[in-house]
Design a protein around this ligand. Structure first.
Ligand SMILES: NC(=O)C1=CN([C@@H]2O[C@H](COP(=O)(O)OP(=O)(O)OC[C@H]3O[C@@H](n4cnc5c(N)ncnc54)[C@H](OP(=O)(O)O)[C@@H]3O)[C@@H](O)[C@H]2O)[C@@H](O)CC1
Ligand SMILES: [K+]
Length: 501
């Protein structure tokens, strides 16, 4: 597992290392620069004529130190110093003065020439506001140059906190992340600007953000392997849990089908539909293994009886917003005591009720909103969530004591008192109707094996993304369907086991 700190968390770690571990800032900068030079050599980049574009902060300081190290090897280097040098950081000033006695060309304008490589050391984690004026012109100009580009720490213009482009950003081929990859490099669009990412540790203590439950994690295959549920040999269909799918209004039977099919494919022992009568023959034809109870209107006693049967309830996929849907939903909230996944229309319905959380009895709760549904739950706009997703998610799950799977190109899973986990599996072939219903089913299947909400959310999202990655290989970027995803679950699970070996 790795930490994905924001730039601010990284700056705190820099400071902690300098002050508490007595490693001078200058030493860290030298280590950063020599690590970058190592990468440039290891990657066999053409270093015959390098342009290093430096800002006036410590990212620029890294760039100036790289210029000196390359020049010491007899290589031709030019530095384009952008920004107001009267505002230069102490460390960058030191680096600049060391460069004066070398052959490196230093210019405050673009030093005209033919370059084999451009190194971006304009902004690192210290970038916090929109880029304008001459900085903007410089980055736009560099974007037009058809030369290999390498970013020091993070491409200039990408917010290390949320991956957004702050006015303009440099598209590079390779990013050398100092000590850790930053959160903004894993999120979109930031990730697309980074090219390949190579991380180089330079001895910055990560203790300050390791202690914080709000630091985002990215799991490795082994972490996922450790979460995979066991399938004991002495088992019957009751061993792997009973899942009740409440979803699929008229015309939306497919959503309930995908929930149930995916829960079965994830290994659930028994899956039952509770769905409108109009869906009966459709669902029984699609999934003969699904047990069926149907309704035409709300019957409290029937609903409560079904809840006492179920270990896990999945409610909301294609449920609709009717009065009956609402009555069933609140009956579930107020009576189901075990595990509960709230998806789709059920999320919209709870967002219209200010005290919904107080009414929930379930001991484990997972919400699976996409950005729009999250914005309804929080009564704010989508961009506010996208810009501050970690803070928004952590405060929501802690306030409501539940697990929330915030679906996006990069899904983030949060749970009370746990670090949020950012998922990196999956691809754009999965951006299709029904994909979320499959995820809900997979999570249901994991819950029914005894995993807790956080574990089911984290592993479920990863497996779902892997199904998309494997599925794209077989069905293509255009043709992959949501129902295919669940079919590839067996390959996804095998992949996690195989990589472990
Ligand atoms: N010893 C250490 O600490 C180590 C640090 N390391 C390296 O340092 C990097 C972090 O350095 P940093 O904190 O100095 O920030 P950095 O990214 O250079 O930018 C700050 C400068 O940009 C300016 N500025 C910001 N936004 C702007 C805008 N929109 N438009 C215009 N200007 C803007 C800002 O100006 P100000 O806000 O002060 O007006 C300030 O001048 C880190 O990524 C890593 O590469 C490593 O070597 C390891 C050891
Ligand atoms: K940079």
């Amino acid at each position: 597992m790795i930490y994905l700190p924001t730039g601010s968390q990284m700056s705190e770690a820099d400071l902690y290392t300098i002050e508490k571990e007595n490693i001078p800032s200058r030493t860290l900068m030298e280590r950063a620069a020599s690590s970058c030079v190592d990468v440039l050599i290891e990657e066999e980049l053409d270093l015959s004529s390098t342009l290093i574009v430096c800002g006036v902060g410590n990212n620029g300081g890294d760039g100036l130190a790289i210029a000196r190290l390359l020049s010491e090897q007899g290589l031709s280097v030019a530095v384009w110093l952008v920004g107001d040098t009267t505002r230069m950081s102490f460390e960058a000033k030191e680096q600049l003065s060391q460069l004066q006695n070398t052959k490196v060309i230093i210019d405050s304008q673009y030093p005209k020439g033919f370059y084999s490589l451009i190194i971006d050391a304009i902004f690192g984690v210290g970038l916090k506001r929109e880029i304008q004026g001459s900085y903007k012109e410089c980055i736009s100009f560099l974007n037009q140059q058809k030369v290999t580009k390498v970013a020091v720490d993070i491409p200039s213009g990408i917010s290390s906190a949320n991956g957004q482009v702050l006015g303009v950003a440099l598209q590079v081929d390779l990013t050398i992340a100092i000590q850790c990859q930053k959160l903004g490099m894993a999120l979109y669009p930031g990730n697309e600007y980074c090219g390949r990412i190579i991380t180089k540790k330079i001895g910055i203590s990560t203790l300050p953000f390791e202690k914080e439950k709000k630091t985002v994690l990215c799991f490795h295959n082994d972490d996922y392997y450790n979460l995979l549920p066991e399938r004991p040999a002495h088992a019957n269909k009751g061993t792997f849990g009973k899942v009740l799918v409440i979803g699929g209004s008229k015309g939306m039977a497919g959503a309930a089908y995908l929930n149930a099919f995916s829960a079965y494919k994830m290994g659930a022992g028994l899956v039952r539909f509770y769905t409108p009568e109009t869906n009966r023959s459709i669902l029984q034809t699609l999934l003969c293994e699904g047990i069926m109870t149907t309704y035409e209107s709300f019957h409290e006693k029937e609903c409560i009886e079904l809840l006492s049967w179920a270990d896990v309830v999945l409610i909301g996929s294609g449920l609709g917003l009717s009065e009956t849907a609402k009555e069933i939903l609140f009956c579930v909230l107020e009576n189901h005591e075990k595990k509960l996944v709230i998806d789709g229309d059920a999320l919209t319905l709870i967002s219209q009720c200010s005290n919904w959380r107080e009414r929930v009895k379930a001991k484990e709760i997972i919400l699976t909103p996409h950005m729009k549904e999250m914005s309804r739950l929080l009564h704010c706009d989508v961009s506010t969530i996208q810009e501050n997703r970690t803070e928004v998610l952590t405060s929501y799950v802690n306030k409501n004591q539940l697990c929330c799977v915030l679906k996006d190109e990069r899904t983030l899973v949060g749970a009370s008192n746990q670090n949020p986990v950012l998922n990196t599996s999956g691809n754009n072939a999965m951006a299709k109707a029904g994909s979320g219903d499959v995820l809900t089913g997979i999570i249901g299947g994991l819950l029914s094996h005894g995993l807790n909400a956080y574990e089911s959310g984290v592993l479920g999202v990863y497996l779902h993304g892997l199904c998309g990655d494997i599925g794209r290989e077989h069905k293509g970027e255009f043709g992959l369907m949501a129902s295919d995803l669940a079919v590839y679950l067996k390959d996804a699970i095998n992949y996690v086991k195989e990589v472990r070996k």
